[in-house]
Design a protein around this ligand. Sequence first.
Ligand code: HEC
Ligand code: HEC
Length: 199
Amino acid sequence: MKKLAALLATLGLATTVFAGDVEKGQQAAAACAACHGADGNATLQPDYPKLAGQGAKYLEKQLHEFKSGARDNAIMMGQAAGLNDEDIENIAAFYASLEVQHAAVPAQYIELGKKIYQAGNPSTSLPACTACHGPTGIGVDAAGFPSLGGQNAQYTVAQLKAFKKGMRANDNNRMMRDIAAKMTDEEIEAVAYYLVGLH
Ligand code: HEC
Ligand code: HEC
């Protein structure tokens, strides 16, 4: 068992798979419900993100980075300021345990949105989103790729434009900044609305 624990620790799995108490996380997240919804589905404000079903490792990274300012957002810096490492782990486990609600994709976005998501745009060397975020949009949390399926479209549009302008700069190796820089506003909008239904 000791060997297994050491191996998991080396892979960085021990903290992400076994840490985080869902019940304590729910208590610590009471103040978050006003904007992100009691079930993590953020239905009140279309530009506030859903957190339900998001990967725990990704959520932890974002909360630490709001706190440090590496992800620059005044509202969330204030919200994350009072959270310690344990609160962050528990809150991440809580939201990861919830189910994201999907919506219907408006007809005008299906064709272009699907094309961008599944194949990118070869004429501008835009890579397919599916390569990292997965064919069903659920991401690969262990690799730091967030879930995108079901997310509020206005929030997704805002994030892609923020990456494009370099205003969101917390992506390792500029991964999303370099991708968003290749996208037109039309492609951003289409893929964002396509994602509301992807699962
Ligand atoms: C007053 C409204 C408000 C409250 C309260 C709030 N948030 Fe947020 N949250 C936001 C907004 C707005 C964003 C989007 C920030 C941006 O544009 O970068 C956000 C983003 C996030 C993200 C990033 C999501 C992603 O997909 O990258 C996480 C994680 C998060 N909030 C967690 C929390 C937690 C945990 C709490 C409670 C401790 C909380 N929030 C309280 C408004 C709020
Ligand atoms: C090479 C891998 C890779 C590819 C390809 C990729 N992404 Fe990402 N994406 C990432 C990573 C990594 C992050 C998380 C950055 C961070 O740590 O904050 C991310 C984050 C995002 C976010 C922010 C999620 C949130 O909740 O705030 C959006 C939106 C997004 N990607 C959309 C796309 C779209 C659309 C495409 C296709 C055009 C795409 N990505 C292609 C790796 C990738």
